[in-house]
Design a protein around this ligand. Structure first.
Ligand SMILES: [Zn+2]
Length: 74
């Protein structure tokens, strides 16, 4: 299981369940347990996809997600 959360700087990150701290690119060390978890992913690939989506949501310059980008499975 992977947990998806955000750093105080706004960057989306993921950590494998059980990992206590994760360092963000901004230099801040995040205590995973103290963060609000946005999403959970069952594997690395899913986790990195979710992080990318969250990043695009915040930083993407091209506006809103289009319908064809929304995952349809499950
Ligand atoms: Zn950060």
């Amino acid at each position: 299981m992977y947990l998806i959360f955000r750093c105080d700087c706004g960057r989306a990150m993921y950590a494998k369940e059980g990992v206590e701290t994760r360092k963000c690119v901004c230099g801040k060390s995040i205590k995973v347990k103290s963060r609000r978890i946005f999403k959970e992913a069952s594997n690395f690939q899913e986790a990195s996809d979710m992080v990318r989506e969250l990043q695009e949501e915040k930083y993407g310059g091209s506006g809103f997600t289009t319908a064809d980008k929304i995952p349809k499975k499950r």
